[in-house]
Design a protein around this ligand. Structure first.
Ligand code: ADP
Ligand code: MG
Length: 622
């Protein structure tokens, strides 16, 4: 009987294998560049014609190959980079499979010139469709130049599958850009159809990003560096007001290899939670350094994906690193009076032009406030504010450390918890004695001077942020501060609110409520969170339950986050509440002790700054 199964001829087998590695010009270019980098190149020149379809050339000044190696390099599974199975466990080079050159040569017409610096002459090799056509000594510069012409000339089906010139060229440009970002110490030249698209001198990461994205975009980036025992994360993240409309400008590298990883992308995104409007994506360039033993890069034919030994801990590390860095920086949107003067490229959502409000008669709105003797260290409060709202710093001093857990803000000492005392009058005006004026405007906004200008805080959302973080901290660990009521209050709830309250009881207790379900849809409130005004406990409980339901319909958030949001929103001081100076100072102090003092849990801005420059411009001083 004739057997049905037979071994494929080498030619067909090679073409099939090539399909895995070389799907399009960009993937061939990527492999060639990786080889140049692995060979220690300091300069790489990439030339393409017709988006790589007719010609792709990658030239480097790396180590080059001996004549023997030059021939071997085109064999399948020929590699100088690993030799044992153990080596595969800890890949330190970009390539390791020994398939790229064989694959490219299987589906195109390849010419290679290579020379090691120690040799006078180099080697020329021509291979077409896996067939060796020529091997000869050649005079050439040290390094390697590989030219691949007419990709898929012998597999017309695949050639037809190539996309338009624009798309294929964009793919190549993406590859080159990623490489250029990840290897700033290397010089890059990129030419397409005789047009020089990039010419990058060796530089620092900063210099490279500024070369690639422009000085202005670069200025809106925050430097990030977080180190833990096993991991480090370094790079740049965009300020929220520099958000992009697509994910195109998100660059994640692992040990300098560009990768696509949904989980880690999500971790970065998550760190921007509440900082960006829907449909916006943060810009970032991040490189995660990890022991190569702890990852597997051998899971994807073009090495675009990696597997981690412990993905969830890496997720948490990335999330907290980005969150910390964002929290440490001045993300305060600046008010510009004239919308046309708003810096281009800045999205409107955080810019928050409050033109109308600002332009009403300021004199009428300013209410000098009286204070009871403040018992807080003013110097410290303002140092804290200045520390967080400084100039637009890109770099912070000192080593960054890996925070234990960001969801746990430092518990607020009881004496710093907001009290809602009635305003006492008659005391000296603080602004005069300290030189740091603080004003309440229309019982809604707090106005103060900072080094770089004028700071305006929305009192309600500021308090909301403080209470939200306290609530989250309470859920996580700390003991709630409960004020026991002298006269417990019995509250009648609807049947569904009653069951909701019962369901949320453990969480409500963590917030500081002391509730006893009494049956017949009534609960007895025996104690309330320290931040809730006595007398308003029944209303706040009802409001929190209502708000919880609203949020539940609106979005999918977890119960505790929902409760924290509902509580902070309902228990916070309102617009219209008059505050004395001490209360304002305590509020500002606590606000700038939070993780994210700039945006409330619902995404509204808390703080707006008017720079001295803007004022100068406004008054024609510039
Ligand atoms: P891999 O990179 O996985 O080892 P390749 O097929 O890409 O496999 O390359 C095969 C071998 O050819 C490499 O291991 C390397 O020794 C050599 N090589 C390829 N390109 C270059 C280059 N530009 N400079 C020096 N050596 C190279
Ligand atoms: Mg390779």
């Amino acid at each position: 009987m004739i057997s049905k199964i037979h071994i494929l001829e080498a030619d067909i087998a090679n073409k099939i294998a090539a399909g895995e590695v070389v799907q399009r010009p960009a993937s061939a270019i990527k492999e060639l560049i990786e080889n140049s980098l692995d060979a220690g190149a300091k300069k790489v020149v990439i030339i393409v014609k017709d988006a790589g379809k007719t010609l792709m050339e990658v030239a480097d000044d790396g180590d080059g190959m001996s004549a023997d190696d030059a021939l071997l390099a085109f064999q399948r599974h020929a590699t100088s980079k690993i030799s044992s199975a153990e080596d595969l466990e800890a890949i330190v080079t970009l390539g390791f499979r020994g398939e790229a050159l064989a694959s490219i040569a299987a589906v195109s017409q390849v010419e290679m010139r290579t020379r090691q610096a120690a040799n006078d002459l180099g080697t020329l090799i021509r291979v077409e469709g896996s067939e060796l056509k020529e091997q000869a000594p050649v005079a050439t510069e040290p390094g390697t130049t590989i030219t691949a012409k007419n990709l898929f000339y012998n597999t017309p089906g695949r050639r037809n599958f190539l996309k338009t010139r624009t798309t294929e060229l964009k793919n190549i440009s993406d590859v080159v850009t990623r490489m250029a970002i990840s290897f700033p110490e290397i010089g890059w030249t990129y030419v397409s159809d005789d047009e020089q698209l990039l010419d990058l001198k060796p530089s620092t990461s900063e210099g490279r990003l500024s070369d690639l994205f422009g000085e202005r975009q670069f200025r809106s980036l925050i430097k990030l560096r977080q180190v833990s025992e096993y991991l480090s994360l370094e790079g740049f993240i965009g300020k929220p007001d520099f958000a992009r409309k697509s994910r195109a400008e998100q660059f994640l590298f692992i040990n300098r290899r560009y990768v696509v990883n949904r989980a880690l992308n999500h971790a970065v995104f998550q760190a921007y939670e509440h900082l960006m409007v829907k449909g916006a994506f943060p810009f970032y360039v991040l490189n995660l350094t990890i022991d190569p033993k702890r990852i597997d890069v051998n899971v994807h034919p073009s090495k675009l994906e990696v597997k981690f030994e412990n993905e969830s801990s890496i997720y948490r590390f990335v999330l907290s690193s980005v969150r910390t860095t964002l929290g440490e920086h001045d993300l305060v949107p600046s008010v510009t009076f004239d919308p046309r003067q708003a810096a281009p490229g800045t999205d409107a959502h955080l810019r928050f032009l409050q033109t109308e409000r600002m332009q009403t008669n300021l004199g009428d709105m300013l209410t000098p406030t009286q204070s009871s003797t403040p018992d807080i260290d003013l110097g410290r409060v303002f140092r804290n504010v200045e520390r967080r709202i400084g100039d637009d710093v890109l770099q912070r001093d000192g080593e960054a450390t890996f925070p234990a857990d960001l969801r746990k803000p430092a518990p607020v000492p009881p004496d710093r918890i907001m009290q809602h005392k009635p305003i006492s009058s008659g005391a000296e005006q603080l602004s005069i004695q300290d030189g740091k004026p603080i004003w309440q405007v229309q019982n809604k906004y707090i106005l103060s001077q900072i080094r770089t200008g004028l700071l305006i805080v929305d009192q309600h959302v500021a308090h909301e942020r403080i209470l939200y973080e306290k609530a989250i901290a309470n859920f996580e660990n700390s003991l709630p501060t409960t004020q026991q009521l002298l006269f417990p209050q019995t509250v009648q709830l609807s049947a569904s609110d009653y069951s909701l309250a019962k369901e949320l009881l453990p969480h409500l207790e963590k917030l500081g409520f002391d509730l006893k379900p009494f049956g017949k849809n009534t609960v007895v409130i025996e104690g309330i969170p320290a931040d809730v005004r006595a007398g308003s406990e029944a209303r706040i409980l009802q409001d929190v339950l209502d708000e919880y339901r609203n949020n539940e319909h609106a979005q999918t958030i977890d119960a505790r986050d929902n409760l924290a949001k509902s509580f902070s929103c309902k228990a916070a001081i309102k617009a219209g509440d008059r505050l004395n100076t001490t209360e304002m100072l305590v509020l500002i102090d606590q606000l700038f002790a939070t993780q994210m003092p700039y945006v409330c849990p619902h995404g509204r801005p808390i703080v707006v700054k008017i720079s001295v420059d803007e004022l100068d411009r406004r008054f024609g001083r510039t």
